[in-house]
Design a protein around this ligand. Structure first.
Ligand code: SF4
Length: 349
């Protein structure tokens, strides 16, 4: 069955090959972006990137397909001109989050099963080489092969994603629409990242270079006030910090570990919030609220403790070395290292 995407679908999923085909058919030329008639598209793409940088929020507004496809393209060109790996990763994650919202909505759509969902299965198949089928057993659930599930779910550290906690039947895992789409978020983001890295435009129009210049000046510089020498932090914390510096999207459990550990060793809220500046979805207001909450300054006013090594091992966040021998909590790490090096302090004698 040959299923064609409609223009409304291209607006939601502008990273699909059909969107590129559409642009090709319109004889679009990169220099057209210097025309005043397309100024609003350049401005829209630039505002979208600014919102990602400053507020850590994707833009979910949906315009006509021509506008969306061009905004997507201009966004990528600006990113290319800025040439920042962190920003590129951040943008790819936001594009994936944006698509995720539309995918969930489309998967939940009732009564249009024959077309809408078939289109989505086509997207899963063509883009991700993965079969997603509506479950005949459970209403509004989807089935994926165990192998497809495992290939993707290992990226999640939360217990609910472990296969043992899933409903499995006849070699297939059952997922609701949110879980189905969540399963592929990182993959869509990585796919976009690959495409942007491989993209080699013949030239960048002057209007795009101008916007890139303005946006580049507004990118926050990550604070590195913390002592991040290899011996300063336990391996789990060093690993999370390295990931964060590389602009990776840490799972919630890793962020809690990082923040509670920093609080436990006496870092202040300001220092901890600034640690998260490289996170793809960084929003200073949200980060501050969460850190203050963990510090017991909000909500229940309970100060959260650093999770135990056993819990972190279980969550896939432990990267133990021989220096971790005998530890039951990461906060003990510094003491163990000093002790091993014969640097016991007064309180330890
Ligand atoms: S053993 Fe504990 S301190 Fe060491 S890496 Fe694992 S969780 Fe961190």
């Amino acid at each position: 069955m040959n299923i064609r995407l409609g223009t409304a679908d291209l607006a939601k999923y502008p990273f699909l090959n059909e969107a590129a085909e559409y642009m090709h058919q319109t004889y679009f030329n990169l220099d057209d972006l210097n025309l005043p008639e397309l100024g609003h598209i350049v401005e829209r793409a630039s505002n979208r990137l600014r919102s990602e940088i400053e507020h850590g929020r994707p833009d979910y507004t949906l315009e006509r397909h021509e506008v969306e496809i061009l905004t997507f393209l201009v966004g990528i060109l600006i990113i290319k001109a800025i040439n920042s790996d962190n920003l590129t990763k951040k943008h790819c994650l936001f594009e994936a989050l944006r698509a995720e919202k539309f995918l969930v909505r489309d998967l939940k759509a009732q009564g249009e099963l024959s077309t809408k969902r078939l289109l989505l299965f086509k997207i899963f198949k063509e883009l991700l080489k993965m079969d997603v089928l509506p479950s005949l057993k459970y209403q509004l659930m989807f089935e994926v092969k165990v192998a497809d599930y495992l290939k993707r779910s290992h990226l999640f550290h939360e217990q609910e994603w472990k296969l043992i906690n899933r409903l499995v039947h006849d070699g297939r895992v059952f997922l609701d629409p949110d879980e189905t789409v969540r399963l592929i978020r990182a993959e869509v983001a990585n796919l976009l990242l690959e495409r942007i890295r491989q993209m080699n435009p013949s030239h960048i129009p002057s209007t795009i270079r101008e916007q890139a210049h303005i946006l580049k000046a507004s990118i926050p510089v990550a604070s590195s006030k913390l002592d991040n020498s290899p011996l300063a932090f336990p391996p789990c914390i060093s690993h999370a910090l390295d990931e964060m510096t590389a602009g990776e999207n840490l799972p919630h459990s890793a962020r809690v570990m990082l923040a509670t550990y920093m609080l436990a060793i006496g870092k202040n809220i300001e220092e901890i919030v600034s640690l998260f500046k490289n996170a793809p979805d960084y929003d200073e207001r949200v980060s501050r609220y969460q850190v203050e909450h963990l510090a017991g300054e909000r909500g229940s006013h309970v100060r959260y403790l650093v999770p135990s090594c056993a819990k972190l091992r279980n969550d896939g966040l432990c990267f133990a070395t021989s220096q971790c021998d005998g530890l039951i909590n990461p906060v003990q790490f510094g003491r163990a290292v000093k002790f091993n090096r014969g640097e016991t302090n007064v309180s330890q004698r």
